[in-house]
Write a protein that binds this ligand. Structure first.
Ligand SMILES: *Cc1c(COP(=O)(O)O)cnc(C)c1O
Length: 355
């Protein structure tokens, strides 16, 4: 049965895109592919406000989280941790046998610029991992303020997971000085899972040249220099996704980037107003995410039963992440969803939970 997704990934994919994905294959060394690559890359750069190279990786976002630490550090990584995904990046860093240290706050709290400044002032680090939008807690960290601090430390690479915010929130990569800005396409990009995208700065590629033991599949130098001039990827990519990405970028520009970001904010505002009336928002005030609202289950309703009832009507929301499964629930306002669809969902929840 078809269920409309209000979960933080994968998100709703529109029929137009699904239909566009039903194409005959062509070779990734063909001129057809190079033409596609040459159409897609400048559009991604425009959407991310960057002139940096674009890594189209056939993997999920986690692959690029691993890639960025493996390529960008031969000294010590600072992992900023405030929820499940930022905690995961610390786990990845350790699993790659890299030196690292934790900057850790309680789940639901934000990473503040002064905390980062204090850690970096020790001079121990050459990279930091920073999750812009912590999907597990519905918290948006203050990217712009952190970027200001990063300007004091030009030798520290700024690695940003924008998995659940890219294309839902404006991220001006070059202005913010982000060295690696990564995401998967199954969240605010509103495409099926299977492709991950990162902008990678020259500084990150130069750093990668000095780093050994970084593996092959995600080596920035091998992946971004070897075939770049031919407008191709180094290994066989998910051609179907790149084709769909091209179509989706046209749809995104037809709506307009600012309109898209505004629509996300409007949808989030609607959910927050409702949540504040009947429940409570989980994260620290002032840091509520524009793409996923994490709501405290102050009424002690059964989220499992609610979702079952929603499911019977063709809708799905998300329970809390991991340890917060029943204490919180999450409503994603991501991708191509509209305010009307959010209103429909909220009306249904009101009806089912008798609010
Ligand atoms: C979904 C998500 C990930 C993991 O993405 P995969 O595509 O499953 O690897 C990482 N970080 C954040 C913030 C996410 O929301």
């Amino acid at each position: 049965m078809r269920r409309k997704l209000f979960i933080p990934g994968p998100t709703e994919v529109r029929d137009e895109i699904l239909e566009a994905m039903s194409i005959y294959m062509f070779g990734h060394r063909s001129s057809d592919f190079s033409e596609l690559f040459n159409r897609v890359v400048p559009k991604v750069q425009k959407a991310l406000y960057t002139g940096n190279k674009i890594f189209l990786a056939t993997s999920s976002s986690t692959g690029l989280m691993e890639a960025s630490v493996r390529n960008c550090s031969n000294k010590k990584v600072l992992n900023c941790m405030c929820g499940a995904f930022s905690d995961r990046w610390n786990g990845i860093t350790k699993a790659c046998n890299l030196e690292c240290d934790q900057l850790k706050v309680e789940w639901g709290k934000a990473i503040k610029p002064e905390m980062v400044d204090e850690k970096l002032s020790t001079g121990e680090f050459d990279a930091i991992t920073f999750v812009h939008n912590e999907t597990s807690t519905g918290l948006m960290n203050p990217l712009e303020e952190i970027a200001e601090v990063m300007k004091k430390y030009p030798d520290v690479l700024f690695l940003v997971d924008a998995v659940s915010s890219m294309m839902g929130v404006k991220i001006e990569v070059d202005k913010l000085g982000i060295d690696v800005c990564l995401a998967g396409v199954q969240k605010c990009w509103a495409l099926p899972p299977g492709l991950a995208i990162a902008s990678v700065s020259e500084k990150a590629i130069e750093k990668s040249k000095q780093v050994t033991g970084k593996g092959y599949y995600f080596d920035f130098v091998t992946m971004l220099e070897k075939y770049w001039d031919k407008s191709q990827t180094t290994t066989t990519p998910t051609i179907t996704h790149i084709y769909a990405l091209d179509k989706q970028l046209d749809r995104i520009f037809a709506e307009g980037l600012d309109n898209r970001f505004n629509r996300h904010l409007q949808m989030a505002n609607y959910v927050r107003d409702w949540a504040n009336q009947y429940f409570e928002m989980f994260p620290e005030e002032g840091y509520w995410s524009n793409t996923v609202s994490c709501i405290k289950n102050t009424r002690g309703i059964s989220i499992k039963d609610l979702n079952k009832e929603l499911g019977n009507r063709g809708y799905t929301i998300s329970n809390g992440y991991g340890k917060m499964k029943e204490e919180t629930f999450r409503i994603a306002t991501m991708g191509d969803l509209t305010l009307d669809e959010i209103k429909e969902l909220i009306d249904l929840i009101n009806e089912i939970a008798q609010l």
